[in-house]
Design a protein around this ligand. Structure first.
Ligand SMILES: Cc1cc2nc3c(=O)[nH]c(=O)nc-3n(C[C@H](O)[C@H](O)[C@H](O)COP(=O)(O)O)c2cc1C
Ligand SMILES: Nc1ncnc2c1ncn2[C@@H]1O[C@H](COP(=O)(O)OP(=O)(O)OP(=O)(O)O)[C@@H](O)[C@H]1O
Length: 378
């Protein structure tokens, strides 16, 4: 049976002209769809927002934790603060709302807003580290938390000792020892301490003893159910990139390193950068995507195949092939970030290289029309 993608190698482009255009949800910081095609300013904004661009804290050790603070902010032991706590993987719209509420409370009280988090993610320590699950590295979470309004981020090393810490010990010896909160903001589903036994109400009880108020927040919903990192992971794994991006309030991105490929792409008319990522990082479901590939301060629109190309042998895990628009040269060995804007189609096996070339060139043309025809400085 004919594959519709063969007749129209750019099915998403056709959809853009129809009713989907008004709601097509590639994300912006406000969780709305950007209008496609993007002009250069729109492309720059999308990349910057997605990567929490331009924020860099100063890192130092404080009482066994890593503290990263905005320039000009210095957190001292015992200093009063407003705190938001959690793992914050993905920094989705629920996390954003929580941090915004904590930042507003901190401004009212005239104290710094501190996000308290853990490194590595407790989920990676308590269970076996699961492949394809991590939405953001801990360093990117810290950068994002600063971008979203925290003045400082405290990262407690999450190890077996911390996992075995009781709730009062955590509050007394860790939280109050570094952040000395006036108030603590958490979602209503927050849990902490040995076996996850702590709840917002047990935290509130400890708050009365240790001198802070606890503000539990209803979970921000979307489509009738709470937004969570787990839900975003499920959407990415199912290929629902656009919905995942809406819940994230930005476009999902994955870090990787450019390695040598088979070199056949050049002969087909579309050289590709082969990007290998950490197996723990959440790649969206195998398929073809419209992306930006970012290296240093430069970004190029890119048509990207995620997963081993089914037409060829040598399957590789955690693997992307990106055809960069407006790029010449090579990026071998460079660390890059791939920002996923739109899913275009499933990857498939082609019977001939002519057919493969025709369909892939159609995808490249779609990206050119919608994300831009050349590289840009971010
Ligand atoms: C946008 C894009 C879409 C692709 N789609 C498919 C596909 O559906 N099926 C497939 O087997 N390979 C697909 N490929 C992979 C190409 O076959 C691959 O890039 C080519 O073999 C070049 O690889 P090389 O440069 O490592 O030799 C796609 C590549 C790109 C860039
Ligand atoms: N939808 C939401 N709205 C408001 N706060 C939230 C929401 N989801 C989580 N939180 C709160 O944000 C903080 C960080 O949460 P956490 O890292 O557990 O996120 P999560 O999305 O629930 O993750 P996972 O799905 O991996 O369990 C916690 O205080 C949590 O209660």
């Amino acid at each position: 049976m004919a594959d519709p993608a063969e007749k129209d190698p750019c099915p998403a482009a056709a959809a853009d002209k129809g009713p989907r255009a008004a709601t097509a949800p590639a994300a912006t910081a406000a969780g709305r769809a950007p209008e496609l095609p993007l002009d250069e300013a729109g492309a720059r904004r999308l990349v910057r927002d997605s990567l929490f661009w331009g924020v860099r804290g100063e890192e130092r050790e404080l009482a066994g934790a890593v503290v990263e603070a905005r320039p000009g902010v210095r957190l001292e032991r015992g200093q009063r603060t407003v705190v938001a706590i959690g793992a914050f993987d993905g920094l989705h719209l629920g996390h954003r709302a929580l941090v915004a509420a904590a930042a507003a409370d901190a401004r009212r009280r005239g104290v710094p807003c501190v996000a308290v988090t853990f490194d590595p993610d407790p989920a990676e320590v308590l269970g076996a580290p699961a492949p394809n699950e991590r939405l953001l590295s801990c360093a990117d979470r810290a950068r994002g938390l600063l971008a979203l309004g925290a003045d400082a981020v405290v990262r407690f090393r999450f190890d077996a000792a911390l996992a075995a810490t009781g709730i009062e010990e955590f509050v007394r010896d860790r939280l109050c020892a570094i952040a000395a909160p006036v108030s603590v903001h958490v979602g209503t589903n927050f849990s902490f301490g040995r076996g996850g036994e702590g709840t917002p109400s047990s935290l509130a009880g400890l708050g009365r003893a240790y001198g802070f108020e606890v503000l539990p927040h209803d979970l921000v919903p979307s489509g009738g159910s709470p937004i969570s990192a787990t839900r975003v992971r499920g959407l990415l794994a199912a290929g629902s990139l656009e919905e995942a991006n809406v819940l994230l309030g930005r476009c999902h991105f994955v870090r990787g390193v450019v390695e040598h490929g088979r070199g056949e792409g050049r002969a087909f008319g579309f050289p590709t950068a082969n990007v290998v990522s950490d197996p723990l990082d959440a790649l969206p479901r195998e398929g073809v995507y419209a992306c930006y590939l970012v290296s240093g301060a430069s970004a190029w629109p890119a048509a990207t195949n995620v997963g081993a190309p089914p037409t060829f042998s040598a399957p590789k895990p955690a693997f992307m092939e990106a055809n960069l628009i407006g790029f010449s040269g090579n990026l071998y060995g460079r660390s890059v970030r791939v920002v996923f804007v739109r899913r275009l189609r499933d990857s498939r096996r082609f019977d001939s290289t002519d057919e493969l070339r025709r369909v892939v060139l159609g995808n490249i043309e779609w990206v050119q029309r919608n994300l831009g025809g050349s590289g840009l400085e971010v």
